[in-house]
Write a new protein. Structure first.
Length: 196
């Protein structure tokens, strides 16, 4: 298993690079998110890789960040998604945006990615939602633009830290907020969400 390559970037295109490592040129397929972070040609370069073996092919997929590679590998674990579709997903949305779409069940956003239809988007949400760690869900909630109310955000983060999945925490908080007084504290919101 090849986990990373470190060498000289000989050639770069939006979907692939050629990396020379000790006199051997490796063709590595990359998402657009990684292409934007590559150095100039003939400069030193290090890419994390996923070594994909099939009966008829041996291909390397490269990533600049661990988060990109991890999400790529999670996507490969979903029935009907191959490396080309997984790369397309990472090229269409950032890692954070993909995670947010999964956590929020945003099928429209996932379906907007080339090669992903509604049924595949549903599979991605169902299969990845429980694979995202609490920390990843916290990251999505903390950075979600729609969560402008700090009380709402803090209540969701508190429920997630207690073991609730991000979607469940969001649903519980949104369900109890209209029933509470505008002066309710984060603690009040969390208690009501736990009771509800």
């Amino acid at each position: 298993m090849i986990t990373f390559l470190s060498g000289t970037l000989i050639e770069k295109q939006p979907t692939r690079i050629v990396l020379e490592v000790h006199g051997v040129g490796y063709e590595v397929f990359i998402p657009l998110s990684s292409f934007d972070r590559l150095p100039v040609e003939n400069a030193p370069c290090r890419v994390l890789t996923h070594d994909h073996l099939r009966e008829d092919a041996h291909q390397l997929y490269g990533f600049i960040t661990v988060a990109e590679r991890d999400l790529f590998e999670m996507l490969l674990g979903i029935s009907g998604i191959g490396p080309k579709t997984a790369l397309s997903a990472l090229s269409g949305l950032s890692v954070r945006d993909l995670k947010q779409a999964v956590v929020e069940g945003d099928l429209k956003r996932l379906s907007s990615i080339s090669g992903i239809g509604k049924k595949t988007a549903e599979r991605i949400v169902v299969e990845l939602r429980h694979k995202l760690s609490a920390g990843e869900a916290l990251e999505v909630v903390a950075g979600a633009p729609e969560t402008t109310d700090l009380r709402t955000r803090d209540a969701m983060l508190a429920l997630i830290s207690l073991g609730y999945k991000q979607a469940d925490a969001q649903q519980r908080v949104r369900a109890v907020l209209p029933k509470l007084k505008p002066t309710a504290t984060v603690e009040d919101v969390v208690r009501a969400a736990l009771a509800g």
